[in-house]
Design a protein around this ligand. Structure first.
Ligand code: 5GP
Length: 139
């Protein structure tokens, strides 16, 4: 298996403030938090991006994410939060080992800032696009 920065954290070669571990998942505090309690949740499988992750690891992550969100919110006394998952340099991924960020949003100054450049869905291209994605799911 390829060794990544997060593999080294999982194996203890690089220290971290550990929060949770099971057979498939490891969680620890982010070294550069955008808000107190900023937590990373990582599959032990060193897939680079979410689309490359096995169903087993994806299921394991899905099982523990809500529980970890509850714990981070309880510990930080925060009610609002974002779960962020970046894939690819263009999408701000810096560490190429799948990870989810749990980011408390205590106020407007801290936590995730989001640019959301909406445009209404084009009724001409929408059906074609949906059908292309459905076909890709089946292939
Ligand atoms: P990305 O931009 O890839 O979604 O996020 C990578 C995250 O990993 C960043 O938030 C960054 O602060 C965090 N990070 C990078 N190196 C380390 C490290 O050595 N230890 C910990 N705990 N977090 C790290």
């Amino acid at each position: 298996m390829a060794e990544t920065l997060f593999s080294k954290i999982i194996s203890g070669q690089i220290p971290s403030f550990k929060i949770y571990e099971d057979d498939d998942v490891f969680s620890f505090l982010d070294i550069n938090p955008v808000a107190p309690g900023h937590t990373l949740v990582v599959p032990k499988e060193p897939a680079q991006t979410l689309d490359q992750l096995s169903e087993k690891s994806a299921a394991a992550l899905g099982r523990v994410l809500p529980k970890l969100c509850r714990a981070v919110m309880k510990a930080t006394g925060t009610r609002s939060y974002n779960v962020l998952q970046n894939n690819g340099i263009g999408a701000h991924q810096a560490v190429f080992h799948v990870h989810f960020h749990i980011i408390p949003k205590p106020d407007s100054e801290q936590g995730l800032g989001i640019k959301w450049p909406i445009k209404p869905l084009d009724p001409q291209t929408g059906p074609t696009l949906a059908s292309q994605i459905r076909e890709a799911l089946e292939s």
